[in-house]
Design a protein around this ligand. Structure first.
Ligand code: SIN
Ligand code: MN
Length: 272
C-alpha cells in the first residue's frame, strides 16, 4: 500500500516511520526459524561478537530462498521506491542477532556516513528498513533514534575499529548531545525507541542518528535490516566485501504480497 500524504510528511519531519504488525505470525515464524539456522552457521557472512555469540549474518538473501523473498517483498520495497521515485536495489542485507545476554552495543552513527565514506554512495538516497523478528522491548537493545537528526546532512565521524567486532563511523558525544537537546519537546527526551511485536517494521532516513545498547536480558532481539538504494545512486567504491556492500545494482522486481505465506504453507504441507 502506498504511503499516505500524512506518512510522507511525518517521514520528512521526523526521519522515520513505524508500522506495527506489518508481517503475520506465520510469516515471522518462517523468518525466525530460518534466521536461527543461519546464525548458527560458520561461514564468512556470519560475524560474531567478541564473546563468540552471533552478531550479524550478512547477505542471507543470496543463500536463502526465504530471505530472497523478504528482500523482494513489496511491503518493504514499494514504500522506498515511492520515496525515491525510482527503482531500488539491495545495497545490504543483515540479520542482527542482539543475542540474549551477549548482544553488543551499536554506537551512535548515521548509516549514510558509512555508505558515503566506505562505499562511495553519491547521496543519502538509500535507507534501512527494519523487520522485527523478536518482540522489541525497551530493555533488550531497542534501536534508539534521534528524531529530526536527518535534517543536518552528514556529520564528521570517527572510524571505530575497537569497540565492537564491526567497524563503524561513529559520532562524538557533543554532537549526539546537541541533537538530542534539539529534539527535546514538552519535557520529553530527544530520543525515541520504537518497541513492539515481532512483525513490526521501522524505516528510517540514511542520515538519522541512531544506536542501540547491549542486550543484558534473556530476551533476544533479532532484527533484519534491508538496505535499499535508488538504482541511479549506486555505490562507486568497492572497499568492503561484496557480501557487505553489494555490487549487483539490478532493480528489484517485487514478489507477490503472499509469497512468504505461500512458502510457509507449501513447506508445512511437504513436512506433513
Ligand atoms: C545498525 O544500526 O545498523 C544496527 C543497529 C542494531 O541492530 O541495533
Ligand atoms: Mn545503522
Amino acid at each position: 500500500m502506498p504511503l499516505a500524504p500524512e506518512q510522507l510528511r511525518q517521514f520528512d519531519d521526523e526521519g522515520y516511520l513505524f508500522f506495527p504488525n506489518c508481517f503475520s505470525t506465520d510469516e515471522i515464524a518462517l523468518l525466525g526459524i530460518e534466521s536461527d539456522a543461519i546464525l548458527k552457521q560458520q561461514r564468512p557472512e556470519v560475524w560474531r561478537e567478541k564473546s563468540g555469540a552471533p552478531r550479524t549474518a550478512f547477505a542471507a538473501h543470496t543463500y536463502s530462498e526465504v530471505f530472497r523473498l523478504l528482500a523482494h517483498h513489496p511491503r518493504l520495497t514499494e514504500p522506498l521506491q515511492q520515496l525515491f521515485g525510482e527503482p531500488v536495489y539491495v545495497h545490504q542485507f543483515k540479520i542482527n542477532a542482539k543475542a540474549a545476554f551477549e548482544g553488543d552495543v551499536w554506537q551512535w552513527h548515521q548509516d549514510y556516513g558509512t555508505w558515503a565514506r566506505d562505499d562511495g554512495m553519491p547521496e543519502p538516497r538509500a535507507m534501512n528498513i527494519a523487520v522485527f523478528l523478536d518482540e522489541v522491548y525497551p530493555f533488550n537493545g531497542a534501536l534508539m533514534l534521534v528524531p529530526r537528526s536527518h535534517k543536518h546532512g552528514t556529520f564528521a565521524a570517527g572510524h571505530d575499529l575497537a569497540t565492537t567486532s564491526y567497524p563503524l563511523w561513529t559520532l562524538d558525544q557533543d554532537t549526539v548531545t546537541r541533537l538530542c537537546r534539539e529534539a527535546e519537546h514538552d519535557g520529553k527526551p530527544g530520543i525515541v525507541a520504537p518497541t513492539g511485536r515481532s512483525g513490526s517494521v521501522l524505516m528510517f532516513h540514511g542520515n538519522l542518528v541512531h544506536a542501540s545498547a547491549p542486550n543484558i536480558t534473556p530476551y533476544p532481539r533479532k532484527i533484519i535490516y534491508l538496505t535499499l538504494c535508488a538504482v541511479s545512486n549506486h555505490i562507486t567504491k568497492f572497499t568492503r566485501p561484496e557480501f557487505i556492500a553489494h555490487r549487483d545494482f539490478t532493480p528489484i522486481a517485487p514478489v507477490a504480497d503472499d509469497a512468504l505465506a505461500e512458502y510457509a504453507r507449501a513447506h508445512r504441507q511437504a513436512a506433513e
